[in-house]
Design a protein around this ligand. Structure first.
Ligand code: SF4
Length: 292
């Protein structure tokens, strides 16, 4: 940093710090502790491998499922009243102790056997995340459900199977992307995460995103979008519109669990994912019988 740039950079850092602390305090987070300096994210072209699989179709094998009670009975059900108001995108590494970017393993180690919020009481497993540490694309959902809690892996129930089809329809595999949630422990009876829980767990999501340095983020459902964007606009209006999170393009779309209940909305999600494919330069896999 040159001397003449120092005042502006320090002012920007203080503004970001103040925005985060205000948000965290509003969210009911206690013992805020130290806040690391923001980390700049490079949107690198890291893992451009595209898997040419047989064409999956999102519409296939979708059935109404009782596997998990619906967390989002409506895609636009508002956040709790005490949830933070939209401010700005947060600094990418706030709340994670230490000033350097951490590996995913280090973020997981920092979580440990976490008891930072009340969700630890009923969980079977912490559901950290799964996928490639060099993923170009990250999916962020809301919270683990029953299957995920039991297996310790995100998106493995019926909604997860649909997400897998969505990923494959983009010409990718689950191993090539990264999948995680805003909170790492299952809320009781699949209720919505509460503001203090989101605030307590957010540093870990921030740490994951900072470590991944993906080229694109897709948020699934209103909670992930509203939490990362600090924007309580209904997901029905957020979806399909490019936003940015810490400089990374972010596409909000509906949660697969919502699609299981409202299969007529699948076309909108596919439209959103096609925008993402365009951003990443991906082509859908060829269907059986297609010729060169
Ligand atoms: Fe810790 Fe997050 Fe689980 Fe809460 S949800 S106990 S903050 S890992």
């Amino acid at each position: 940093m040159s001397d003449e740039n120092k005042p502006a950079e320090v002012a920007a850092l203080v503004a970001e710090l103040r925005a985060h602390l205000t948000w965290a305090a509003d969210a009911g987070v206690k013992n805020l502790g130290t806040v690391a300096a923001p980390q700049k994210v490079a949107t690198q072209n890291i893992a451009p491998q595209v898997n040419k699989m047989a064409a999956p179709v999102i519409a296939a094998t979708i059935s109404r499922s009782p596997d998990s009670p619906p967390r989002d009975s409506s895609p636009d059900r508002p956040m709790p009243k005490s949830a933070p108001l939209p401010v700005t995108n947060p600094p990418l590494a706030h709340g994670v102790s230490g000033s350097s970017l951490k590996t995913l393993e280090a973020v997981r180690a920092e979580i440990g056997d976490c008891t930072r919020c009340k969700l630890h009481k009923g969980r079977h497993n912490i559901v950290f995340g799964v996928g490639s540490p060099k993923a170009r694309l990250v999916f962020v959902g809301e919270a683990p459900g029953e299957d995920e809690d039991l297996q310790g892996i995100p998106f493995v129930g019926k909604a997860g199977q649909l997400l897998t089809k969505m990923i494959e329809a983009m010409g990718l595999t689950r191993d090539e992307v990264y999948i995680c949630n805003t909170v790492k422990c299952r809320p009781p009876n699949n209720r919505n995460p509460e503001p203090d829980e989101l605030g307590a767990c957010e540093p870990f999501l921030v740490g994951q995103l900072a470590s991944l340095k993906a080229e694109c983020i897709v948020t699934l459902g209103k909670f992930a979008a509203q939490a990362l964007l600090r924007d309580q606009t209904p997901i029905s209006r957020l979806r399909g519109q490019w936003r940015t999170y810490a400089g990374v393009p972010l596409m909000p779309t509906f949660h697969p669990a919502y699609l299981l209940r409202s299969p007529g909305e699948k076309g909108k999600v596919w439209s959103d994912l096609q925008q993402v494919m365009g951003k990443l330069g991906l082509q859908p896999p060829k269907k059986a019988g297609d010729t060169q």
